[in-house]
Design a protein around this ligand. Structure first.
Ligand code: ADP
Ligand code: MG
Length: 393
């Protein structure tokens, strides 16, 4: 179902109106300073658009995981100076949403206010209608730009969306829905998914959902080792999920030729003994050694498949990319996506660590999803409560 978008609203819907805007300001902090402001910067297009149209912008976000009560360590007040600098305008801080409605009425056109961490109120994670009412009193319309929080039915993402009209998708949310939606709806073929990372367990549903849709599913990371074990191969001391081997067997049978595993691996006795690392074919992993990356022959194989693709979705690194030289496989896949993109492929990267692995390459990829868990749930075909609650187009 297509959702109504911020850009679809007529000027009179915004001019002078209080736009209650759910953003994702869940940024990493150290000693009260923002150490990575990517998410703050990502929210600027929506906020700037609202200000340009004369709206009064009231921002809602969570930060970290406070235990259902105020905790100075997780106060959004800390990010105000960094955010003001990026925005180039003063930001009024509202410490309490319940008492804050008056302050939002005093905002001037184009003015910006930030409400304290939504998770300081226990009703947030319970999707409490009373807290949602307090949030709704802070605005005249609702904009959700926090795709990464849309898989949770919380008061600031779900319940509040039913209380304000219009309730629309901001630019970031719109971009996520467009590109991820395109993967599921009508991907240009061949469509190849690359999945990696530490475990199969968190990604089974996405594997199951993608298998019928993709032409090929390339598997790397430690996840591949559980498949190796399912094939009866020796996996040494690699990270394997013994309780998922049966499932891996089932997927191997069901998927036939679509599921492509690494031909070989870069192994070492341990992560600390990276200097002893060497490449071996997948069937020759010795006892006492562990897989830490895909090998060069796999890089070439995966790369050759990917440059022919017209749509690529990638989640999960191919190896322990935080520890060189085990970053080589992940870098090779990142480069293969860029090359495929140059030849016209749509390239989408989602996840947490995979997004970190393509840092600085965003311009050369079609879309880098900041959604993490939400992007995987979306691709599993699940309805995200924070999206469902927005008005239909
Ligand atoms: P994402 O956050 O992109 O969804 P995951 O969290 O599933 O990815 O997996 C990322 C982690 O997987 C990284 O910390 C990486 O070190 C680890 N990893 C990848 N390959 C291996 C491997 N062969 N052995 C152990 N850990 C691995
Ligand atoms: Mg991760």
């Amino acid at each position: 179902m297509k959702k109504r978008r911020l850009r679809d609203l007529p000027p009179q819907a915004l001019d002078g109106k209080r736009a209650l805007t759910r953003v994702d300001f869940n940024v990493p902090l150290k000693n009260g300073r923002v150490t990575d402001d990517t998410r703050l910067r990502a929210s600027l297009p929506t906020i700037k658009y609202l200000r340009d149209k004369g709206a009064r912008v009231v921002l809602l976000s969570h930060l970290g995981r406070p235990k259902g009560g105020p905790d100075p360590q997780y106060s959004l007040k800390q990010i105000v100076p960094d955010f003001e600098r990026l925005l180039g305008a003063p930001v009024e801080f509202i410490p309490d949403p319940v008492a804050g409605a008056a302050a939002t009425r005093h905002l001037t056109r184009g003015g910006v206010a930030l409400v304290e961490n939504t998770r300081f109120w226990p009703g947030e994670e319970k999707n409490d209608p009373e807290l949602a009412k307090a949030f709704a009193a802070l605005g005249d319309l609702y904009v959700n730009d926090a795709f990464g929080s849309a898989h949770r039915a919380h008061a600031s993402t779900e319940a509040v969306a039913h209380l304000l009209k219009p309730a629309v998708a901001g630019f970031l949310m719109e971009e996520e829905l467009t590109y991820l939606g395109q993967l599921l709806a009508n991907p240009k073929r061949p469509f190849i998914a690359v999945l990696g990372g530490a475990k199969i367990s968190g990604k089974i549903d996405v594997i199951r959902a993608l298998l019928p849709k993709v032409d090929e599913l390339l598997i790397g990371g430690a996840m591949a080792c559980t498949f190796f074990a399912a094939m009866g191969l020796e996996v040494g001391s690699s990270l394997v999920e013994p309780d998922r081997i049966a499932l891996a067997k089932e997927l191997l049978v069901a998927s036939g030729k679509q599921l492509i595993l690494p031909r070989g691996a870069v192994i070492a006795p341990s992560l600390e003994q990276a200097r002893e690392s060497k490449s071996v074919p997948a069937h020759a992993i010795p006892k006492g050694w562990a897989v830490f990356d895909i090998d060069e022959s796999t890089q070439h194989d995966f790369g050759a498949r990917l440059v022919r693709a017209k749509t690529i979705f990638w989640n999960g690194p191919m190896g322990v990319f935080e520890t060189p030289p085990f970053d080589a496989g992940t870098r090779a896949i990142a480069n293969a996506l860029v090359d495929a993109g140059k030849k016209g492929a749509v390239t989408v990267v989602g996840g947490g660590d995979s997004v970190a692995a393509v840092a600085g390459m965003e311009d050369k990829l079609t879309h880098v999803s900041t959604g993490g868990g939400a992007s995987l749930e979306f691709l599993e075909g699940k309805e995200l409560p924070g999206v469902a609650a927005l008005e239909n187009a």
